[in-house]
Design a protein around this ligand. Structure first.
Ligand code: KG4
Ligand code: ZN
Length: 473
């Protein structure tokens, strides 16, 4: 388990509201007192939150595409309305969600043009792009929900993992709103949000369940035991699958304005998936970890060997050249997804040994919006008598709904911070967690191939949850 010593504030306060205090005995007492006052049943925010603060007529503005009310065993009569803000990477997103699972609004401003121009995320430019649109995105989300900030119960915001510069933009915005309207604030783990949004979509989805989280920066196989409790069965030892899609698309000269994944998915439909013999990664490692760096290199070499010039956009290439590119896209996708299938198959066996009651595999994150990925993983779960839960594509790629929903789930358990002070110094140290593991590693899943790149910076969400539960018990 990760060391908990230096992170006392994190075990209690999700955002570093008392950042200026040092960890002396006095501080510990203050934190303990704060921790108690944060319990919903005792806090003044609780009283405010549990009165209905908006008229039910507002629900007519719902834009939900996943708006099933939760099953009776999960219904909470708390009537919360939470604003979720997401700026961890290249999308600026906000949404307003009600605690019965109703999505009141969802707004995403994508940096696709920047991505297409630079072929990847440039942190400084991404930060600037977030700063330019954050106010408008949040305002649009409130307008579409027919609400104002004063109607909100809480603000939820991604505090990690992600790019520090980008996370800061969202966290500062969330804190400004929370301070002005005296709202509690929930700091959200981006990958927990990708997993938990499935519980908004599927009324039968109870803990424990398995989750495969596949995005641009992460490739995680976890056993979700409870809120805040995740056992990591596998992760990537180098690149995530989304990164491999993005780079392959760039090298194939595809139009990146919708990001590389959808471009490869579309082109792969026209290609012969058996034509290029790429090898499946990590065959010799009988674990649940992933590697996509080698497959990326194989794609690059295949492109070079066929004399494809990525400088010539796909649309301007000859018919024969287009066919070669489609074959590479299809062959890449087949092997990239085969790697997912093999690891999932093994992870399901491991997970069922640990928790025989598991019934669902959640597949979420940007790459989970891919129809081929969904179809192949559907076969895997069916073979193992499980059910696949895939949120709709708009909730798989980064969005504010998943942040708002995870905020609601955490808020109910008292895992939130009080409103920030009205006036905060410019240089106020925020608790941003750019490298923040979700779960504790499962012993059998530890990879000998793991590089130093995966060294931890922040204790995992799971170890923090365990520590705060221990302290309050
Ligand atoms: O979860 P996400 O929106 O952002 C991160 O947290 O990284 O995932 C973005 C990734 C990108 O690599 C993008 O190319 C990939 O998801 N992606 C897809 C598809 N849609 C998005 N990959 C394959 N097929 C898709 N249809
Ligand atoms: Zn994501």
């Amino acid at each position: 388990m990760a060391s908990l010593g230096p992170t006392l504030s994190s075990t209690i306060s999700r955002l570093n509201l008392l950042a200026e205090l040092s960890h002396n005995h006095n501080t510990i007492r203050i934190f303990r007192a704060l921790s108690c006052s944060l319990k919903p049943q005792k806090s003044s925010y609780h009283r405010r939150l549990f009165k209905s603060s908006f008229s039910s007529a507002n629900s007519s503005s719902s834009t939900s595409n996943c708006s099933k009310t939760l099953g009776s065993d999960l219904v909470f009569n708390d009537n919360l309305v939470v604003l979720g803000i997401e700026t961890s990477c290249d999308d600026t997103a906000a949404a307003v969600v009600r605690s019965n699972g109703e999505i009141l609004s969802q707004v995403v401003s994508s940096q696709a043009d920047l991505l297409a121009r630079y072929g990847g995320v440039a942190p400084k430019m991404a930060e600037e792009a977030h700063s330019q649109v954050i106010d408008q995105v949040v305002q649009d989300a409130l307008d579409k929900a027919n609400l104002t900030e004063a109607d909100l119960s809480a603000v939820a915001v991604t505090i990690g993992p992600g790019l520090s510069l980008c996370l800061r933009v969202g966290v500062q915005k969330a804190r400004r709103i929370a301070a002005t309207y005296q709202l509690p604030i929930v700091g959200v783990h981006h990958m927990e949000a990708h997993a938990l949004v499935a519980r908004l979509c599927d009324r039968d989805l109870q803990f424990p369940f398995m989750a495969l989280l596949i995005s641009g920066g992460h490739n995680l196989l976890v056993l979700a035991r409870d809120l805040g409790h995740y056992l990591q069965l596998g992760t990537t030892i180098d690149d995530a699958i989304g990164e491999a899609y993005d780079k392959s698309a760039k090298w194939l000269g595809l139009d990146l304005r919708r990001s590389g994944g959808p471009a490869i998915e579309e082109l792969a439909r026209q290609g012969d998936a058996q034509s290029v013999k790429f090898s499946v990664p990590m065959k010799q490692h009988k674990d649940c970890n992933f590697s996509y760096a080698g497959l990326k290199t194989q794609v690059k070499l295949a492109i070079e060997s066929k004399n494809i010039d990525a400088g010539i956009p796909f649309s301007s290439a000859s018919i024969e050249d287009q066919r070669l590119r489609a074959d590479i896209a299809a062959s890449f996708q087949r092997v990239a997804v085969l790697h997912l299938e093999e690891r999932c198959e093994r992870a399901i066996q491991w997970a069922l040994e640990i928790e025989p009651s598991i019934k669902h595999l959640v597949v979420s994150g940007g790459v989970a919006s891919n129809q081929y990925v969904r179809a192949r993983l559907h076969e895997v779960v069916a073979r193992n008598s499980l059910q696949l839960v895939c949120p709709p594509p708009s909730l798989c790629t980064d969005n504010g709904v998943m942040i708002a929903w995870t905020g609601i789930e955490n808020f109910r358990l008292g895992r939130f911070d009080p409103p920030p002070p009205a006036i905060e110094p410019e240089d106020c140290q925020l608790d941003l967690r750019p490298r923040w593991p979700l779960g504790e590693e499962y012993g059998r899943g530890r990879s000998v191939a793991r590089s130093m790149r995966t060294a931890r910076i922040h204790p995992s969400l799971t170890s923090l949850t365990q520590a705060s539960e221990y302290q309050s018990s």
